[in-house]
Design a protein around this ligand. Structure first.
Ligand code: AMP
Ligand code: ZN
Length: 465
């Protein structure tokens, strides 16, 4: 299997340290708000990686849940995102974390992402984080400022290893303006932050340095090494984490252990909107619930993600999601036809195996999902394979694509979103009052939301346009 490694800047042959257990750590959600579909694109790519690895090796997949310490700016300035959410929602930080974590897993499952082997919450690993900071202190990598314990990046000579010197100096230039007087170097970052003296934080702990909370970067190093050992096979995340978060994770972990932290760094590109980056903090984001409210099946979004390679940006539009809906339905129709024609038979013949190998070769070439999807289409349309052979190949393909390819066609009426239901009720009232002008206006309102109304003897019927 070939994987593009951010650290080497090219595709490398994947060789695990121990073929009995591949180790993979994925940066998880910061649970202060709903995950947006951009975040979920990253988890879909990580799921494809997990499923592809599992074709050959047992996998230990660890994901953290950041429920403390992620500041509004990734560079240790601004407030903790969790504490900001408490002001926004008037709930405790603990309740917010619990609520959004539950929502996160529901979205994650709806996109058929496989649950990690271990899920670890930052707030339950404070002890391990303090131990790691202590180790760094003993080795002389830390210093104290008035607001916390910081990592001195000038002491770690491979600090620019992941991104290259040019990008680190760019970062330093940019950060200089905001740099607090007490930081020794612009790239230094907080390992432990002290609670403010003028107000009480909801999430804070005792430490050898004073009451406070961990920095965001130390969370991942402490938990990754606790569950996976000092050297991980694979560490994943979104591309935004390369310059700061993952660069800092390497610095902390390698300074503490003296060993290589990660053999393969794998990063997914962003999902973007025409208007730019999808951002939780800016409040302009689409969630899985947004898709559901508009009548889309979450797996149509998974299909859309599979049409682009994980290392290319993907622009999200509802037009592209509509075409994903159609393609997924057409592919499912072919799968259903094959299954019906095979009449329960599955024939894993040499020809079927050759197609399966073609499919896995695409996935094993740095997760080329678009090519793998094309192999599934060719199989479904093939004139040479028998129906039972097609079923064998397509079942295998679906164990990676996870698109529910053999799903029966939905005969139940599509779920009508609440906004459309309200308009339908208003239209029924208008018609009862014989206000046909109003009723027509409401029909256009409903059409704007993507539904057409039919007046049947049983009453109004709304269908997706
Ligand atoms: P967060 O919950 O903000 O910590 O992010 C969770 C994951 O989503 C991280 O791996 C991020 O790198 C990733 N991510 C954030 N925004 C996007 C985006 N627009 N497209 C793809 N991945 C993203
Ligand atoms: Zn992380």
């Amino acid at each position: 299997m070939q994987l593009y490694n951010t650290a080497s800047h090219h595709k490398d042959e994947f060789t695990p340290q121990n073929p009995q257990e591949v180790t993979m750590y994925c940066c998880g959600p910061t649970v202060y708000n709903y995950a947006h579909i951009g975040n979920l694109r990253t988890y879909i790519f990580e799921d494809l990686l997990a499923r592809t690895i599992r074709l050959h090796y047992p996998l230990k997949h660890v994901m953290n849940v950041t429920d403390v310490g992620h500041l509004v700016s990734d560079q240790d300035s601004g407030e903790d995102k969790m504490e900001v959410a408490t002001q926004r929602e008037g709930k405790s930080a603990w309740d917010i974390a619990k609520f959004y974590e539950e929502k996160f897993w529901a979205d994650y499952d709806s996109l058929h992402c496989t649950r990690p082997t271990v899920v670890c919450r930052a707030t339950q690993h404070i002890k391990e984080m303090i131990a790691l900071v202590k180790k760094l202190e003993e080795k002389g990598y830390t210093y104290r400022t008035s607001d916390g314990i910081y990592y001195d990046t000038s002491k770690f000579d491979r600090y620019d290893a992941l991104v290259g010197h040019a990008r680190i100096s760019g970062l330093q230039g940019g950060a200089r303006v905001e740099m607090s007087d007490e930081k020794r170097n612009p790239t230094d970052f907080a390992l432990w932050k002290f609670s403010p003296t003028d107000k009480k934080r909801q999430m804070e702990w005792d430490s050898p340095w004073g009451v406070g909370f961990p920095g965001w970067h130390i969370e991942c190093s402490a938990m990754a090494m606790k569950y996976l050992g000092d050297t991980l096979d694979i560490h994943c995340g979104g591309i935004d984490h390369v310059t700061i978060h993952h660069t800092n994770e390497i610095a902390q972990s390698e300074a503490a252990t003296g060993k290589k932290y990660v053999n393969y760094w794998v990063h997914g590109e962003f999902l973007i909107l025409r208007s730019g980056k999808m951002s939780k903090s800016a409040g302009t984001f689409v969630t899985v619930q947004t898709l559901r409210d508009k009548g889309y099946e979450p797996l149509a979004y998974r299909y859309l993600c599979l049409t682009a390679h994980y290392r290319t940006q993907l622009e999200f539009t509802f037009e592209s999601l509509d075409s994903a809906v159609k393609s997924l339905e057409n592919l499912r129709a072919l799968c259903r036809q094959a299954k019906a024609a095979a009449n329960g038979a599955v024939q894993d013949s040499p020809a079927a195996q050759a197609w399966k190998a073609k499919f896995s070769a695409a996935m094993e070439d740095d997760l080329n999902a678009p090519r793998a999807l094309a192999v599934a289409w060719e199989t479904a349309r093939s004139a040479e394979l028998s129906a039972a052979e097609k079923v064998a190949v397509l079942q295998f393909a679906d164990s990676i694509l996870a698109l529910d390819l053999f799903k029966e066609k939905q005969t139940a009426p599509v779920e009508i979103p609440p906004a459309v239901q309200d308009l339908l009720a208003a239209r029924a009232a208008a018609r009862a009052a014989k206000d046909y002008k109003k009723s027509d206006e409401l029909r256009s309102e409903i059409a704007k939301l993507g539904y057409q109304v039919k007046d049947t003897p049983q009453g109004q019927k709304a269908e997706k346009i």
